[in-house]
Design a binder for this molecule. Structure first.
Ligand SMILES: Cc1cc2nc3c(=O)[nH]c(=O)nc-3n(C[C@H](O)[C@H](O)[C@H](O)COP(=O)(O)OP(=O)(O)OC[C@H]3O[C@@H](n4cnc5c(N)ncnc54)[C@H](O)[C@@H]3O)c2cc1C
Length: 483
């Protein structure tokens, strides 16, 4: 007897294997119809949407967004990533692949399935190393040094496309493994595809029937049907040419903003500045101190820690997504600034023990995220004498936040302005002017300003009286090593 999966865990794809290729029992069909699938995909990429040429034309600091219903084995994503590597511009630009998968593969099944494509080995190894745990919600993967970003939503496709904010340049519309009513699924999905498209967005789909054609045309796509490649089903492709261009669509199609000032060189400001610089933005990182990581982020150690809610609600989902993202984000700094030793949250008093009991009873977390441990097990894992058990997070650990800040701020695309205490931010002729407390020093202009000044942020936000802020005190105890 099988029990239903309780959130935040998600039911993985049920598979059977034939000749090393996976078949979905939910979908009742193959993920790959034959081993020429990759060739067929490359044909779709170049002939239906001309992606190689459009990749090459992405401007500096720009991005190209490919969206897909379903992730499956990730083969479409890997083929797109490879095409981006071969044809994308040599300057800083980003491929962003967005997709939702209601029945994700387990990491073991993904690894097994992708063995069929040895030519994609470098890409699939990196994907597998970054593949998120099977929990519902949004997972952001930074690949290829941040040149490729994968937003992978585990859960219902419609929920994903209602929640996610993006405008696609190209769509792959694939079948849904879990749709109970495929006809209704197609209709609601195509409505959402239209909402996330802009004039010129292309689409390719194996739904080549009359119904898909009608729905896509009603959504604003001008479509054509072509023969399938190497025995594949016929293909329907199209270009989004809506009669009316909505204001949102027109606004979101703006070119990227080139200059950004980030105020505050703590972990928030340095991570953001580094991220923007990798994308090709001109970034100025400003701090009143003489170096990065000098305030709250200057601690010798910071535990990568989250207190998850007993209820699995939006706030818990965000915290969980941030926790697993951070674990992936810090992985390249392992043993340098990042020490994934595992982390124990102790149930140290009666109220915490009660909270942990309720938390475990109501939720189901995969063991690679967390599990409840008894007092003897907690002692064994930590090597310390303890009075209680608790929650064990095997992928967490501790960070040297101050040193990481300094390292992140060294990106050559970041202009560092230290010893500059910001007193005011004013709108000035379509951009922002950041002025310092020293009137003899000229202000700094930027198209966009991001305030990452920690607990001092409220003082800098124009009109901040509208928002409620609360500073929270932290505490560390330094213990001699000899103890
Ligand atoms: C003692 C202590 C222990 C903690 N332990 C943990 C832990 O174990 N795990 C954890 O996750 N969190 C911990 N925290 C919380 C965590 O350290 C902070 O949430 C985090 O460091 C905040 O980073 P930040 O970049 O937002 O702010 P900060 O690191 O404070 O950076 C803000 C920067 O803005 C600059 N700035 C401010 N005003 C101006 C201005 N007007 N002009 C120019 N520059 C300005 C400051 O100089 C500073 O460098 C702890 C906090 C403390 C204090």
């Amino acid at each position: 007897m099988t029990f239903p999966t309780v959130p935040p865990a998600i039911e993985p794809a049920e598979l059977t294997w034939h000749d090393g290729l996976p078949e979905s029992t939910q979908l009742g069909g193959n993920y790959f119809s034959h081993r020429n699938e990759l060739e067929a995909l490359r044909y779709v990429l170049s002939e239906h949407g001309d992606l190689p040429t459009r990749f090459a034309a992405v401007p500096h600091a720009g991005s190209f967004v490919v969206a897909q219903t379903g992730f499956g084995t990730g083969l479409n994503f890997l083929a797109t990533w490879q095409a981006w590597q071969n044809h994308g511009p040599s300057h800083a630009a980003t491929l962003h692949f967005v997709c939702a998968e209601p029945c994700p593969f387990t990491p073991q099944d993904l690894k097994k399935a992708l063995l069929a494509w040895p030519g994609l080995r470098d890409f699939s190894d990196e994907l597998i190393a970054n593949y998120p745990p099977l929990i519902r919600g949004t997972h952001r993967l930074l690949l290829d040094g941040g040149r490729v970003r994968l937003t992978l939503f585990f859960g219902d496709v419609q929920v994903a496309f209602d929640a996610l904010c993006f405008q696609a340049d190209a769509w792959f519309l694939t079948e849904c493994a879990s749709a109970e009513n495929p006809e209704a699924w197609l209709e609601t999905t195509i409505t959402r595809v239209g909402k996330h498209s802009k004039p010129g967005t292309t689409l390719a789909t194996p739904f080549a029937g009359e119904r898909a054609w009608r729905l896509l045309n009603a959504a604003g796509f001008r479509t054509q049907t072509s023969n399938g490649f190497m025995g594949k089903r016929d293909l329907l492709s199209g270009v989004f040419q809506p009669d009316k261009v909505s204001l949102t669509t027109a606004n979101e199609a703006r070119p990227p903003t080139p200059s950004v000032s980030v105020i505050g060189a703590g972990i928030a400001g340095c991570s953001l500045a580094n991220n923007l610089a990798r994308r090709g933005y001109a970034v100025t990182l400003i701090d009143s101190a003489d170096e990065a990581g000098s305030a709250a982020s200057g601690n010798v150690q910071g535990a990568l820690y989250v207190k998850l809610g007993v209820e699995f609600n939006h706030q818990t989902e965000l915290a969980l997504s941030a926790l697993t993202f951070s674990q992936r984000y810090y992985a390249p700094y392992r043993d340098q600034y990042w020490h994934p030793t595992g982390l124990l949250q102790l149930a140290w008093n009666a109220s915490e023990q009660d909270r942990h009991r309720r938390f475990i009873a109501r939720n189901q977390y995969p063991e690679d995220v967390l599990r409840a441990v008894t007092q003897p097990e907690a002692e064994r894992l930590t090597g310390a004498g303890l009075e209680s058990g608790g929650l064990w997070f095997p992928g967490s650990g501790w960070l040297k936040p101050g040193e990481l800040c300094k390292s992140l701020a060294l990106h050559p695309g970041i202009l560092r302005v230290y010893g500059f205490s910001v007193s005011q931010i004013t709108a000035d002729d379509g951009s922002w002017r950041v002025s310092g407390t020293d009137p003899s020093v000229a202000g700094i202009r930027a198209d966009q300003v991001v305030i990452c000044a920690g607990h001092l942020s409220p003082q800098l936000i124009p009109g901040s009286g509208k928002y409620r802020f609360k500073a929270i005190r932290g505490q560390v105890t330094h213990v001699p090593e000899s103890l």
